[in-house]
Design a protein around this ligand. Sequence first.
Ligand code: PMP
Length: 392
Amino acid sequence: MKNRKLLMIPGPIEFTPDVLRAMGMPTTSHVAANFIEVFGQALEDLRKVFLAPSGQPFVVPGSGTLAMDMAAANLIERGDQALVVNSGYFSDRFAKILERYGAVVTHVHGRTVGDAPPLSEVEAALQAIRPKVMTITHVDTSTAVATNVRELSALGRKHEALVIVDGVCATAGEEMRQDEWGIDLALTASQKAIGVPPGLAIVVAGLRAMEAFRKRTTPVGSFYADWTEWLPIMQSYEGRKPSYFATPAVNLVWALNVSLKGILSEGMDARFARHRRMSGAFKAGIGALGLKQLPVRTDLLATTLSAVYYPQGVDKGMLKYIDEAGVIVAGGLHPAVRDQYFRVGHMGAVTGADILATIGAIESGLKRSGYKFEVGTGLAAAQAALEGLSQM
Ligand code: PMP
């Protein structure tokens, strides 16, 4: 018996056996020739995964919050204006981080939970406050709302703001083309669609972001996050030379190199398409079961995760039943509706079989919670979507 459950939360996700093998191998020196080569390759490959040929990657031990901290620490100076395109919990977090470094933050909110701010309001705010930076949460993990990063970035560029995208729950799953879309800094963490256990903060800074950093007149307010320290380290590894500022997360970098190779061998376009397909199949399954999602319009639906309201008469007690059926999903996170919904991650190496197992476990949870429906309806709809058949 396998004696393990399927992990379908929005990060950490299920990791592939080759990535996990890299985690378990004997740790090398951080200045060993083979590690330098692997770190150098990983930095080069990150540019391809972010579709940012002109970007400067930073890979630092830490979580996604450190990647956000690094963006703010290096780009903000006291008194700078910042605009937060606020689509939920993690947008609020970005605002707090920006404020910590002295930014004056303005928010543009969606009208309700499950919405994203309208482009026209974002543009009005850009015109009114002329911010130095604008932050966008690509996928808000609390609501499964995906923002229109392409259009928002174009607006940010038009009004000369540095565009920062929090892609922690998106990058390498949700379509994102950093250079083409004019994103000045994109960031993520290892444990989601990048497919590596938690512990790496990943940032790719474009030319304009690096230039803004170089033009600072005050020192960076964080010692650990300071690009003054990290830039020469990243340049050394990429130049295949040893270097040290703070010990790299050696096994995680080996694992990152394996995962990035896998991502690139699938190909970015194919990978974005698979995420759309998996998400479409999952959403078809829950839709057929009569369940509603948090995002208020279909153009806001993320492809990396889904946020689903419990139906009438069902509550979070259902999560235990889903777990007992062999699948782990996540509870609600957004404070306004926390106990009214659950979240399912479907990113990274996720397969059609994982989607069907998850819909099956949700059906089991619904049935045991007393919800009335025809068992198998969700599975049939998900299966049909996976096979590309339209539902009757
Ligand atoms: N931003 C988003 C969109 C996230 O989903 C998360 C983590 N769930 C974070 C930032 C913070 O990342 P971490 O928990 O790795 O610090």
